[in-house]
Design a protein around this ligand. Sequence first.
Ligand code: OGA
Ligand code: MN
Length: 204
Amino acid sequence: MPLPNNLWSEEILDVISTALLNQGYIVLEHALPAELVNRLQIEANKISDEAFAQAAIGRGPDQINDTSVRTDSIYWVNEPSETASSYLAYTEGLRQGLNSRLFLGLFDYECQYACYAPGAFYKLHSDSFPGRRNRILSSVLYLNTDWQPDDGGQLVLYAADEVSQLEIIRPQLNTLVLFLSERFPHEVLTARRTRYSLTGWFRV
Ligand code: OGA
Ligand code: MN
C-alpha cells in the first residue's frame, strides 16, 4: 500500500484546505478510486440488518437514542476489514495533509456505516455537542448508485442561524462531504430508498 501521503495529490489537498479555510466545507464528487468505493458499497450492503440494529442498541449510555431525532441505524468500524482499512488509509492521508496546511492538530479518525431505511431521517443537529467537542471535521462518503432527486435523503447544511440553507447534497456514490463539525448544523431529509453512507469524524 502506498504511504497515505501519496494517496491524495498536493493539488487536491490544497483545494480542500482552501475551501475549509474560506467556507468551512467542501463537496467532492468522484472523491475516491471507483474500485475502492465499489468495495465499500458492497461491504455496507453486506452488514446485516441485525448488526445494524444491534449497533443501535449498544450505542452506550452517552448516546442519544431518540427516534424523534434520528431513525437511521449505525455500525461502527471497530475492526476494519481490508476494504475499510484502504478507506482509512485515505482518511489518514487527508488527516496528515490537512494538519500540515491548516494546523488543525487532528489526531485520529473514527467512522461508522449508516443505513437509512425508506422513511428514515436525521433532524437538524450538530456533530459537536457538549461531551463531543473533540470532533473537529466531519466526513460523509455516500454509497448509493444513481440517487435521484425523488429518492430524498439529501444532506442539508445550514449556516449558524440554523435557518439559511447553504448546500443541499445528493447522497450519490463516491461523493465525499467534509465540513467543520462545530460550524454547520445539518439534517438528513427523509430517504425514500435505502441510503448507505460511511460517516466519520477527525478528532483532537
Ligand atoms: C451524521 C450525519 C449526514 C449524512 O451521521 O451525523 O449528519 O448525510 N450524517 O448522512
Ligand atoms: Mn451529523
